[in-house]
Design a protein around this ligand. Structure first.
Ligand code: UD1
Length: 337
């Protein structure tokens, strides 16, 4: 099937493009290259042997987007990644986030209606749960007030999709609520390319190990967790990518139980920041320079997924071990030298 992947040169997008090709699909990438570069296409080609068709288009530009749909009449589904994702930046520049994330999605839905494309996979986030009252968190947990404009856009996007699907015969969607994606393709030909100083834990860890950053700060050791540091559910990016492939297949094969389905995409395991540091040192043999600092504003204390529904209904399961995943992140970092 021909699948349009917006944000297809980005971190999760590029890994998903590879898995789509591995599964026999034909991806078409739309990306404005605002947080990725064209060289990613070479990485995808080296891994898969395929040249992917690419449009440098901003999803907020509906005319340009519409042209992509017109030139690709046989698109069967959309995987929509293109969005801004830095929590801190979203607080400083909320309009950028509302424009990119909401207008981008609305344009995609508009084009899907016009060109009669029925299947949408949307990148949502566990951020919609805030600090859950019950762990592991299931898809039925209440949506908590968002802590940032970024988080708010994910909540609003989910609502926009529900309302549009309800109003439009033939349109259906799968919302994937990701936990914390980490790691890189085992080939180290594609991976995460953070701009400037990384905000996320794993790129900060690998850059510190590589000597690019002097010292990792662990944001707080006084949380109500066994070792005092925050707990997350870290999911391998290739495992996460595969969840998108099974989602498009599920929609196209008419297997959905309702027109909008929601799945938690995580491992079901919680790992603390200290555990990550220790495991990284063990796996790579590199000593990490780190210190304990203050809590980071807006951080959730602990969250991990109940991924039972994704396991049973979607037929998807996280497969990679944390060791393999951390090793892949390190191999990728080293390849950037
Ligand atoms: C955040 C967002 C999430 C978003 C994701 C991707 C929140 C609550 N979550 O996830 O919605 O999808 O980014 O951009 O805003 N840490 C350190 N030192 C560091 C960096 C991180 O100790 O230098 C700790 C954090 O306190 C946290 C863990 O590492 O406990 C993971 O942090 P991070 O990788 O930034 O992801 P989240 O904040 O979980």
């Amino acid at each position: 099937m021909k699948i349009l992947v917006t944000g297809g040169t980005g971190y999760i997008g590029s890994h998903t493009v590879v898995e789509l090709i591995n599964a026999g699909h034909t991806p078409v990438i739309v990306d404005n290259l605002s947080n990725s570069n064209i060289g990613v296409l070479d990485g995808i080609k080296s891994i898969t042997g395929e040249s992917v068709s690419f449009y440098q288009v901003d999803v907020t530009d509906i005319q340009a987007l519409d042209k992509v749909f017109s030139e690709n009449h046989d698109i069967k589904g959309i995987i929509h990644f293109a969005a801004s994702k830095a929590v801190g930046e979203s607080v400083k520049e909320p309009l950028k986030y509302y424009r990119n994330n909401l207008v981008g999605l609305m344009n995609i839905l508009e084009c899907m209606k016009k060109h009669k494309v029925g299947s949408l996979v949307f990148s949502s986030s566990c951020t919609v749960y805030g600090q859950p009252d019950i762990l592991p968190v299931t898809e039925n947990a209440p949506i908590k007030p968002a802590l940032s404009p970024y988080g708010n856009t994910k909540q609003i996007c989910e609502e926009i999709i529900r309302d549009t699907v309800a109003s439009c015969e033939g349109l259906h969607a799968i919302l994937l609520r990701y936990f914390n994606p980490i790691g890189a393709h085992p080939s180290a030909l594609i991976g995460e390319l953070p701009l400037g100083v990384p905000q996320n834990l794993i790129p900060y860890v690998t850059q510190t190990a590589a000597g690019i950053r002097e010292c990792l700060t662990i944001f707080g050791d006084d949380y109500d967790t066994p070792d005092g540091s925050c707990i997350r559910d870290y999911i391998n990016v290739t495992d996460l990518a595969k969840a998108h492939v099974v989602s498009v297949d599920r929609m196209e094969n008419g297997k959905q139980e309702s027109d909008v389905e929601v799945f938690n995409i995580g491992t079901g395991r919680g790992t603390s920041v200290f555990e990550i540091v220790n495991m990284f040192e063990k796996v790579t043999g590199v000593k990490l320079n780190y210190k304990v600092g203050h809590r980071r504003e807006g951080d959730i204390e602990k969250v991990w997924a109940d991924a039972t529904i994704a396991n049973n209904t979607l037929g998807w399961k996280a497969e990679k071990t944390m060791e393999e995943t951390l090793a892949s992140a390190w191999k990728w970092q080293q390849s950037l030298k």
